[in-house]
Design a protein around this ligand. Structure first.
Ligand code: HEM
Length: 398
């Protein structure tokens, strides 16, 4: 006689490396460069693998086609975020955009982000801010003509400078302390909170002084969020903590990613002088007769666009694969809403650096000797800061 037993549910998990009790695959990931380890595991186990970090199951996708399948065609299944303790502490109980779980609150924030804060029109409204900051950056490099400069440091302070001017007009007395705290992430949420509180109070006070001559014409992101807060007609009225969480997002999701892309692009160009030469000729041709690169012509710079796209992708790409296929900004519902903001912050400084200077590596270093070692972090940055020597080029002005 046949005994009918309830069928055990079959777990159809993808293959993966051997897992240890309790820690799963953590021993393989700790201390290594995770993206490199995952790439090696994918070579051995295929583009879809199952890993365990402690008790948590993870599926890792390592092919553009499968990533598109998950993020675009099945994006609703992957549109939420796990609850992470760090984001609970740092991001006002995960009420920011980056970490809020998929649902009506996230949808509401996302709409504010896409239509109010990071729309093409808003990004354009910050054009003067970007152009001024990039010009100051170029002028500060010109002062060190002929000597090695720490390009990494300069690039990072440029990006943070543009973001803070766009986010809160960059006038807070505590700006440097704020940047140093948020870049160290774990360090004292309380301190960052106090600085944000002061920034918001300053903005509120300023709103009651309509005749303030020093006030920037362009509304910054805090102004826009306070407008929404005051209107209070939203389905989810924005609290001051929500505003703080969103402003933190602009820095944490936006600044390091963009600076790192500029830094890697510069490094790739110094390592490949032939491409540097082509990119330089293109910029100087497109802006021939002008004193400066302006944003109006920047879309014509094909080589810079391609180079910066590669730099924000996984480093060692298989030959012949278009960088765009690596979807550096994600895809689907949670795709990066800051693409226009990012591209404007990335392309203008790269173009200006090529337009105004010829570049050499310091101390007679050969391009092939430039160290491209990566360092661990939320985004993969260079292990060693990038140094290079600028030589001024004086454009023919009509
Ligand atoms: C090179 C620069 C950048 C890269 C490579 C990048 C990449 C990404 C990626 C891969 C995601 C996750 C997508 C997903 O989960 O499917 C993301 C999300 C996000 N990015 Fe960016 N990003 C960049 C710049 C920026 C900038 C400049 C801002 C804002 C000023 C920004 C704001 C955000 C926000 C708010 C999210 C969360 C979206 C959500 O969860 O709904 N990003 N970004």
């Amino acid at each position: 006689d046949q005994i009918l037993r309830p069928k055990k549910p079959v777990k159809r998990l993808p293959p993966g490396p051997w897992k240890l009790p309790l820690i799963g695959n953590m021993h393989q990931l700790v201390g290594s460069m995770p993206h490199q380890t995952l790439a090696t595991l994918a070579q051995n186990h295929g583009p879809l693998i199952h890993l365990k970090t402690g008790t948590v199951s993870n599926i890792v996708i390592s092919s553009p086609r499968l990533a598109e399948e998950a993020l675009k065609n099945n994006d609703i299944s992957f549109a939420s975020r796990p609850a992470i303790l760090a984001s609970k502490i740092m991001s006002y109980d995960s009420t920011n955009i980056v970490f809020s779980p998929y649902g009506s609150y996230w949808r509401h924030l996302r709409k504010i982000c896409v239509t109010e804060l990071l729309s093409a029109k808003r990004v354009e409204s910050f054009r003067k801010v970007r152009e001024e900051e990039v010009l100051n950056f170029i002028n500060s490099i010109a002062l060190s003509e002929g000597s090695p400069i720490n390009l990494s440091k300069k690039i990072f302070s440029l990006t943070y400078g543009v973001t803070s001017r766009a986010a809160f007009s960059g006038k807070s007395r505590d700006l440097e302390a704020f940047i140093s705290i948020i870049t160290q992430f774990e360090k004292l949420h309380k301190e960052a909170d106090q600085i944000l509180e002061d920034i918001i109070t300053e903005h509120k006070e300023r709103r009651h002084k309509p005749d303030d001559d020093n006030r920037e014409e362009v509304k910054d992101l805090v102004d826009i969020l306070l407008d929404l807060h005051d209107k209070g007609e939203l389905e989810f009225p924005l609290s001051v903590d929500n505003i703080k969480a969103i402003i933190l997002d602009m820095f944490s999701a936006g600044s390091e990613t963009s600076s790192i892309t500029v830094e890697w692009t510069r490094a790739e160009l110094l390592k490949n002088p032939r491409i540097m030469e082509k990119a330089k000729n293109e910029v100087r041709l497109v802006f021939d007769g002008l004193e400066d690169v302006d944003e109006a012509g920047i879309h014509e710079l094909r080589i810079i666009k391609a180079a910066s796209c590669c730099a924000s992708c996984p480093k060692r790409m298989p030959r012949g694969l278009s960088a765009r296929r690596y979807i550096p900004f994600g895809a689907g519902r949670r795709t990066c809403p800051g693409i226009s903001f990012a591209l404007s912050n990335i392309e203008l400084p790269i173009a200006q650096l090529l337009f105004h200077f010829d570049w050499k590596l310091p101390n007679g270093m050969k391009p092939e000797d430039l160290d491209m070692t990566e360092a661990r972090g939320l985004s993969i940055r260079r292990k060693h800061e990038l140094f290079a020597v600028p030589f001024a080029y004086h454009p023919r002005v009509e």
